[in-house]
Design a protein around this ligand. Structure first.
Ligand code: TA6
Length: 326
């Protein structure tokens, strides 16, 4: 396993050719290639890679808050209650309108929190061999990154002042990539968190893509005034701007032309955000290029974003996703 650590990034290559590259900025995975050197993640040609803003593409890490639809639903709800307009009465009320008061501890943080725009430390690597069929050992390499409250800039500390520690691990295997986050609460108080692994998958042609594993899952539809719906399709197509928070029961897969390209399994991350900006939104993002890039990407994002996880002092939260190439 070849590891290079420099120029604010860490790269690893397996003897069989697979590779991964992570910026210390945001611990953002910016490249994942298979043994043939084919790039599996979508990265905007205008993505800022100099630490000036969150990376447009790869796998940005969203923590401690995801301004997902439910947040807007919460604001919408409190707005409608204050205006004595009947609030959005729907099945997600109980799950979505959880305990947080209107001015939640994360409310003054930037969109999608501070993890993806903080400077992380490279904590080191470990390799492991797993017995593979046919006796040849499957080598994998795990790269660990750390961010703690002590490492946060003062301005962010002021906005969200809890003592915490994050360890984010990226494990590259022959046919898989696992990203795992461990959050420990080092504070005297408990705090609430959300996490989302905002993966931009590279695909050849969005018109040939369908997402499976979502059937019967409830979802919040951000492009249809946040209505709570139930997925009826066994293969969800992307035919326009799509922004949904699903709570699927099992493995989700990305198919191209009916053939599975990726499967995404989750551990302790109940939700999956499905996002494609489509034409107008792609046009409106300054760091989104090429403008027709929406045809070559789909975001399938494993996370815990509906409601909040409460982390008691001294406790740890762990969530991970494993993406497998089929
Ligand atoms: O994950 C979906 C989403 O929340 C969309 O609503 C859109 O805002 C997207 O993330 C990109 O957010 P960003 O802050 O990276 O521009």
């Amino acid at each position: 396993v070849n590891i290079s650590h420099g120029n604010q990034r860490v790269a690893a290559t397996l003897p069989t050719g697979e590779s991964v590259e992570i910026l210390l900025y945001g611990a953002t995975v910016v490249s994942w290639k298979d043994a043939a050197g084919e790039e599996k993640l979508w990265l905007s040609e205008k993505a800022a890679l100099d630490g000036s803003k969150a990376v447009r593409g790869g796998i940005p890490l969203v923590f401690p808050v995801c301004y997902a639809p439910y947040n807007l639903l919460y604001l919408f709800h409190s707005y409608s209650v204050s205006r004595q307009v009947t609030p959005v009465a729907n099945s997600c009320d109980k799950q979505v309108f959880g305990p947080p008061p209107p001015n939640h501890a994360t409310s003054s943080l930037p969109q999608h929190g501070f993890a993806r725009t903080s400077n992380w430390e490279f904590l080191g690597k470990s390799t492991s061999e797993s017995e593979a069929e046919g006796g040849n050992a499957d080598l994998s390499v795990k790269l660990d990154f750390g961010l703690s409250s002590a490492g946060l800039d003062a301005e962010t500390r002021k906005k969200w002042g809890y003592d915490f520690n994050l360890i984010y691990s990226v494990t590259l295997g022959k046919k898989s990539l696992t990203t795992s986050l461990v959050v420990t609460n080092d504070d005297e108080r408990s705090f609430e968190l959300q996490v989302l692994m905002h993966t931009y998958f590279r695909i050849k042609d969005i018109t040939q893509v369908s997402i499976t594993g979502l059937q019967d899952a409830e979802y919040l539809d951000k492009v249809d005034n946040l209505k709570a719906k139930k997925e009826t399709s066994s293969a969800v197509k992307i035919e326009g701007e799509t922004d949904r928070v699903y709570t699927p029961s099992g493995t989700v897969a990305i198919q191209e032309g009916g053939k599975t390209s990726f499967t995404v399994t989750r551990d302790n991350l109940a939700d999956v955000v499905l996002w494609n900006p489509w034409v107008e939104k792609a046009q409106g993002m300054g760091d989104y290029a090429p403008k027709d890039g929406y045809k070559n990407m789909v975001c399938v994002e494993a996370g815990s974003v509906r409601g909040w996880q409460t982390l008691e002092k001294g406790d740890a939260f762990e969530g991970s996703q494993t993406i497998t190439l089929e």
